[in-house]
Design a protein around this ligand. Structure first.
Ligand SMILES: NC(=O)C1=CN([C@@H]2O[C@H](COP(=O)(O)OP(=O)(O)OC[C@H]3O[C@@H](n4cnc5c(N)ncnc54)[C@H](O)[C@@H]3O)[C@@H](O)[C@H]2O)C=CC1
Ligand SMILES: CC(=O)[C@](C)(O)C(=O)O
Ligand SMILES: [Mg+2]
Ligand SMILES: [Mg+2]
Length: 335
């Protein structure tokens, strides 16, 4: 056993810290929808706050909420949960939340970006805590409905009441996370590791490694569908085994040929140079360079994100994904 992180489960958490309190969930997107539904199903009093009528408003209404404007949602709330995009949070905080919130209401985050990089300066009399899911919003909802939960990191940044961690654990329980585990962390550790993770592996690394392998096979004249099954579709199956049994379990589930090839060639592809660049990316996150760059990109209308999405939408790998979707869905286990 390593036993470094403090891990809380259902028996360590109680919903009592939040029972009867008015909770405003700001945003109804990836995480917002999942949290609002899970917290409501856990018996808590949730109001969805949104900036305007639109897609999120419709979705929330369809799910049985009566959304209200952000300023109205925070006016009565004792707990305010920020689930709008990170780059919007500062403006919403300054224009809608700060001027209208109850004195001393809790400020809750699913990611530490705005607090850690000082884009939001919380009032001194509020508890400020975080419950950061280590998984996508849809998974947070799906696991909860199926009786499980996605693990989270919990942290307190300001603990005026002395009960910030108790309340963070109540939120974690309410979204189902303590059925799995809530790991105690800090805003700094969560923010930095989350950014490094999504850049180097979860989003950037996995996508570029898939594309590099796929495109190489296609360039060499192999059929795109065959390349897709091998370099993109099968990743889920391998990752599922890693997910339940770790890397050792995965190695034992593949052939000796794959073990040998994987162990020798893997280290040549992901070599010291790649590790050096992962380290560089992590240093840029830690010293705030990435955050400044992202704020600037956002303020220019996110041209890199907009164009990048278009490029992927039109890529051969996405066209093959669209072509094979029915086949892939047909083959999935039926419950
Ligand atoms: N996407 C995910 O699965 C994860 C997200 N987080 C964190 O959760 C928080 C929310 O992220 P997501 O759920 O991805 O957000 P999202 O992008 O899905 O949020 C969309 C919601 O924000 C509202 N919104 C979008 N633009 C707006 C604007 N200009 N003004 C007002 N409202 C606007 C939309 O109407 C919608 O309700 C962030 O702090 C993020 O880092 C944490 C873990 C995983
Ligand atoms: C899904 C998640 O946890 C990410 C990748 O960190 C995010 O969406 O920001
Ligand atoms: Mg994350
Ligand atoms: Mg993230």
């Amino acid at each position: 056993m390593i036993n470094i992180a403090k891990i809380y489960t259902d028996k360590d958490a109680s919903l009592d810290a939040l029972k009867g309190k008015k909770i405003a969930v700001l945003g109804y997107g990836n995480q917002g929808r999942a949290w609002a539904l899970n917290l409501r199903d856990s018996g808590l009093d949730v109001t969805v706050g949104l900036e305007r009528q639109g897609k999120s408003w419709e979705k929330a209404t369809k799910d049985g909420f009566t959304p209200v404007k952000t300023d109205e949602a925070v006016r009565n709330a004792e707990v305010i949960i920020f689930l709008v995009p990170d780059m919007i949070q500062r403006t919403i905080w300054l224009e809608k939340v700060k001027p209208n919130m109850k004195k001393g209401a809790d400020l809750v985050f699913a990611h530490g970006f705005n607090i850690h990089f000082r884009m939001i300066e919380p009032p001194a009399d509020s508890d400020v805590y975080m419950v950061a899911p280590k998984g996508p919003g849809d998974t947070v909802r799906d696991y909860y409905v199926a009786g499980g939960g996605v693990p989270v990191l919990v942290a307190a940044y300001q603990n005026v009441s002395g009960k910030a961690m108790e309340k963070a654990l109540a939120v974690a329980k309410g979204i189902g996370a303590t059925r799995s585990g809530a790991l105690e962390s800090s805003f700094k550790e969560e923010t930095e590791t989350d950014l490094v993770g999504e850049q180097t592996i979860l989003v950037g690394g996995i996508m570029e490694l898939m594309r590099a392998s796929f495109e190489t096979l296609v360039e060499m004249g192999y059929q795109p569908e065959v390349a897709y099954f091998e370099t993109i579709n099968e990743v889920k199956m391998i990752v599922d085994i890693i997910h339940s049994k770790g890397l050792s379990g995965m190695l034992r589930a593949v052939s000796d040929t794959a073990k040998y090839g994987g162990m020798t060639v893997g280290k040549k592809v992901i070599n010291e140079d790649v590790r050096k660049r992962i380290r560089e990316a992590a240093e840029r996150v830690r010293d705030g360079q990435f955050a400044s760059e992202w704020v600037e990109e956002y303020n220019r209308g996110m041209p890199t994100v907009v164009n990048g999405l278009k490029e992927v939408d039109n890529s051969l790998e996405q066209k093959v994904a669209n072509e094979l979707r029915d086949l892939i869905e047909r083959g999935k286990p039926k419950k």
